[in-house]
Design a protein around this ligand. Sequence first.
Ligand code: GDG
Length: 481
Amino acid sequence: MSRIVLVSNRVLDPKQAAQAGGVAVALADIVRTRPALWFGWSGDVRDDATTPHIEGKIATVALTESEHEQYYLGYSNSVLWPVFHNRLDLAEFEAGYYEQYENVNKRLASLLAPMLKPDDIIWVHDYHLIPFATELRKLGVKNSVGFYLHIPFPPWQTFMAIPEHEKLAHGLAAYDLVGLQTKADVSNLIDYMTNGVFGRVVPDGRIRLFDRLVRVASFPIGIDVEDFAHAKRKSPVVQGRGVLRMIGVDRLDYTKGLPQKFKAFGTFLEKYPRYRRQVVLTQIAPPTRENVGAYTDIRQQLESLAGSINGRYGEIDWVPIHYIHRSAPRRRLADLYRSSRIGMVTPLRDGMNLVAKEFVAAQDPADPGVLVLSRFAGAAEELEEAMIVNPYSIDAVADVMRDALEMGLEERIARHRALMARVRRSDVGTWCRSFLRALEGLRDDDDPRGWPPSELIEQALRKLNQSNPQRAMAGRGIAPV
Ligand code: GDG
C-alpha cells in the first residue's frame, strides 16, 4: 500500500482534530489508518523556526510574521477566499501578496521534497496551496499529486478578475487530479480552463492545459455519520417548556449569511406574531480570522442586529436570539442539533457545508427536525429533500421558517429518511476513498484512453462542439478523436 502524503495549510494534532471537527477528522483518520505523513503549518508564527518539526506521521512548519501576514491573512484570506465566494468587492489585491504566497508554497515544497519516497501519493488541500505541485515538479518530483478545493470555484469571469489568474491556472495544471465539491464547481472550472486559458478537453475526459493533462471531477465531502447518530435529546435547556429551537452553527464569516438569517428571524416574528414566545434562534458563531478587516464589520453588524431584534421582541422571560460568539464542544453540538426543531443553514455561498449533514445525522428518526438549506451551499446539490431557500430573500426565508415549524410528523420523517440515506451514502469515508482511488488510478493509467469520459465532460464536449464547431476543429476546444 502506497504511503499517502497529506499537505494542508493547518495540521492538527490528531487528538485535537477529533474535537475540532470537519475535515480535520477525515484527515486525522487517514493518518491513523494508513501509512501516511501529514505535512503543513503548525499554527505557530515565529521567525526562528525554519526546519520541520517531525513527530511520528506529522511534520509541521512555523510561518514567519510576514508569511503569516501576506500568504495567510493576505493572499489566501483577503484575495482567494472572497473571490472564490463571489465577493470581488471584498478582495484586497495588494502588491506583494501573491509573491509571498508563491514563496511560502516554494519553501514548504522544498521542505517536503526530501521526505518523499518515489511511490508516495500526494494529496494537497485547499486554496492556500494551489502552486504547491508546481513547486514540487520544479524540484523533480514525479509522483501523482492530487488537489482538493474545499471552497467553491467561481464563475470563470469572476476568477479572471484575479490579476494572477493565469499563474493560478498553471498551478492547477501541475496536478494530476483536481477535485471539487460539486458538479457546478466542475462546470465553472472547466469553463475557465477552456474559455479563460484555452485548455481543451481531450477524448479521455481530461483537460489539456499548457503542457499537462489534468483530470477534474467532483467528490462531495461528507461527515462521520456515527459521530452524530448517537446524540442525546435532552441537552441544553431552552427557556420554558415547549419552546422550539432553531439552530445555526457557523464560523463568523461573511459568506455564512448570518445577518440575513437574523433579519429573516426578525421578519418571521413580525409577520407571524403567534410564534413569539414559542420559538428561539440559537446561533453559535465561533470567531474566525479576526485579523482580516472584513471580519470586524460582520461581527459588529451581527451584534447590533441581535441587540435590536431582542430589544424589540424580547420579554422578561423570553429572549428570541441566543447569539454565542464562542466555540461549543463538539459533543454538545450534536445534542444541540438533536434538540432543535429546525436547522438553519443559510450561507450566501459555501463549498459544501458540513453542518447541514451533521444536523441531519443527529436527528431522532422518529421525531426529526427540519433542515432549511441555502441553494448556494454545495450541500443543496445532494440534499434535495431539505427546504431549499434563497438566503438573500429575507421574506421567503421567514415564510419557510413558518412552514418548517408547521410541518407534520409524517412529512418530517419522510424528508429525514431520504436525507439520512444521502448523508450515509456519501460520508467522509466514501469521499476519501473515491478521491484516492481516482488519483491512484491515474498513476496506473498509462493509456489515457482507458478513462471513460464523465457525464460532465461529455456535456462540455457537446456544448463546445455545438457552439463552435470550428473552434473544436481548430484544436482550441476538443482535440479530434
Ligand atoms: C470549509 C468550506 C466545506 C463549527 N462551529 C463549531 C464547530 N464547527 C464545526 C462544524 C463543522 C465544521 O466546524 C464547519 O464546517 P463547514 O463545512 O460548515 O464550514 P467551513 O469551516 O467553512 O469549511 C465548507 C468544508 O470546508 C469541508 O470541505 O464544507 O464549504 O467552507 O464540522 O461542526 N465545532 C465545534 N464547535 C463549534 O463551535 N466543536
